[in-house]
Design a protein around this ligand. Structure first.
Ligand SMILES: NC(=O)c1ccc[n+]([C@@H]2O[C@H](COP(=O)([O-])OP(=O)(O)OC[C@H]3O[C@@H](n4cnc5c(N)ncnc54)[C@H](O)[C@@H]3O)[C@@H](O)[C@H]2O)c1
Length: 356
């Protein structure tokens, strides 16, 4: 296990993408667990998916701040706006930065490439520049930059489980290319300016108030609307799913351990963060069906079979993907503990509360 070298108590943490799924849940956990933490959140509240979900998450954070010692202040703005970022850094002097703001989604990048370049490249560059200048004039500056990468950097690699030492030079989407670029840019800035940085390659994260563009959420929406769901490769796929609370526990642990210089003297690290227990797509759909019925999202007599359409593999898709998370386990004792049944149950209960 690594020794903690960043104490978050009483510190200022900047979370970008704070109204997003992972960002908001990270803010909630930090406020609950870290004494006097000062969180500054920024999010541009874009409408890539239903904005009311982002507002709901911010409301949850606002409610929690009434009961805890820490604080949360929110800036509605874009990380692609250099002045906005520089002003936040000048006013707040964050000790730790967690960059989660990004344009996500693989398919969306075909119609909307600009938003990926703006948020994922220009936005991340602005964060790096602000971190760099945080040390100017002998200031103590940013102690650790943690940023989101993605499992999509593995492209259509055949070797599983995906491990951080695998070659990831063949992205198959603009989204993946921007995430790989983030890792490269972070390396250059860590090397040149000594910014300790850790990139996290997230695998599919799910849970209450999650992202509607993800399969479990999209399937639920479709079933509720009496539409059919497409089951690719006739259900013969295995995927990694990690419950949001397990992910946030991992991110919080990582934040407290800024990387020490590696063999090249660079304070730089990349981890996979996921679950190395891939689940069969058909089992997953079965669990979803049971839990949606139990939570009364679907009626008890819902004819599930009539709503399933078995189709072939999508071009470029791979049969089985999952993460090798042994490094995260070795360095932080990371072990996701929420079963798929339990996680989907909490999602289904939330879905009922939110939409019915
Ligand atoms: N959830 C997953 O399964 C998963 C998997 C792989 C990678 N990731 C990465 O993790 C990070 C967080 O993902 P998430 O699931 O919480 O996504 P999310 O879309 O819910 O959150 C991202 C947030 O960033 C905001 N945002 C986008 N562009 C911005 C900009 N220019 N300035 C300010 N805010 C901006 C969005 O409004 C959104 O609220 C992202 O970088 C994503 O690419 C997530």
């Amino acid at each position: 296990m690594l020794e903690k070298n960043v104490n978050l108590c009483g510190k200022t943490v900047l979370i970008t993408g704070a109204a997003g799924f992972i960002g908001a849940n990270l803010a909630l956990v930090l406020l609950q667990e870290v004494e006097n933490v000062k969180i500054v959140g920024i999010d541009n509240m874009n409408d890539y998916y239903d904005v009311s979900l982002k507002e709901f998450r911010l409301k949850q954070i606002e409610e929690l701040t009434k009961k805890v010692s820490g604080t949360f202040s929110f800036v509605k703005g874009s990380i692609a706006d250099r002045k906005c970022i520089d002003d936040i850094f000048a006013a707040e002097r964050p000790d730790v930065v967690v960059n989660l703001a990004a344009q996500a989604g693989v398919r969306y990048s075909i119609e909307n490439p600009d938003s990926y370049v703006e948020s994922n490249l220009i936005g991340f560059y602005n964060i790096l520049e602000a971190c760099r200048h945080s040390y100017d004039n002998g200031q103590k500056g940013v102690a650790h930059l943690v940023y989101a990468s993605s499992s999509s950097v593995y492209g259509s690699n055949k070797k599983i489980p995906y491990a951080t030492e695998d070659k990831v030079d063949n992205p198959v989407s603009l989204y993946a290319a921007t995430k790989k670029s983030n890792e490269l840019l972070a390396h250059a800035y860590s090397k040149l300016y000594g910014i300790p940085s850790t990139g996290l390659r997230f695998f599919t994260v799910y849970g209450p108030a999650g992202r509607p563009d993800m399969a479990y959420f999209g399937f639920t929406d479709k079933l509720v609307k009496n539409e059919t769901i497409k089951i690719f490769n006739y259900g013969n796929c295995k995927r990694d799913f990690t419950y949001i609370d397990d992910i946030v526990t991992g991110v919080q642990a990582v934040m407290q351990c800024a990387p020490l210089p590696n063999e090249e003297g660079v304070k730089y690290k990349i981890y996979n963060i996921g679950n190395n227990k891939p689940e069969n797509l058909l089992d997953f759909v079965e669990i979803l069906q049971d839990e949606l019925k139990a939570a009364k999202v679907l009626p008890e007599d819902y004819d599930f079979e009539a709503h399933k359409e078995f189709v072939g593999m999508q071009p470029g898709d791979v049969e089985i993907t999952y993460a090798d998370v042994s490094e995260l386990e070795r360095d932080f004792g990371f072990k996701p503990s929420t079963s798929l049944h339990e996680g989907i149950r909490r999602f289904a209960q939330w879905y009922h509360e939110f939409y019915f």
